[in-house]
Design a protein around this ligand. Structure first.
Ligand code: 5GP
Ligand code: ZN
Length: 112
């Protein structure tokens, strides 16, 4: 499958990996929007949250649990933001479901 994030998960395209296990991989975003900007993906190819299948819900919890662990490791004691963009209007540009972990600066609301 011609998917950028599947290739990163498989190690076929280099990325700065911060965590990996049988189900998930976390790596630094190539265009960071904050001092800490990490992408968390399931190894399984799921195009977006809108494509989630029954039985895959646990992966969402797992991605968030890994995000919490990385936030602790990065010392984000003042807070952080987790975001999942879905589809064209959601601002998704890579069609492999991913959770953004952003931290190290104050975030704004509403988002753009
Ligand atoms: P989206 O816009 O789909 O929510 O997020 C996609 C993210 O993937 C963007 O923040 C973008 O900077 C990041 N990205 C795109 N291509 C690459 C790449 O080749 N390597 C890494 N590490 N991040 C990428
Ligand atoms: Zn994929």
């Amino acid at each position: 499958m011609d998917c950028l994030f599947c290739k990163i998960a498989a190690g076929e395209i280099p990325a700065k990996k911060l965590y990996e296990d049988d189900d998930a991989v976390a790596f630094a975003d190539i265009h960071p929007q904050a001092p800490v900007h990490v992408l968390l993906i399931p190894r399984k190819h799921i195009a977006s949250l809108a494509h989630l299948s029954a039985g895959d819900e646990r992966l969402l919890g797992h991605l968030h649990a890994v995000a919490k662990k990385i936030a602790e490791e990065k010392g984000l004691t003042k807070g952080f933001r987790t975001v999942m963009n879905t589809g064209e209007e959601g601002g998704q540009t890579v069609d492999h479901m991913h959770l953004h972990l952003l931290g190290g600066r104050s975030m704004h609301w509403p988002p753009g």
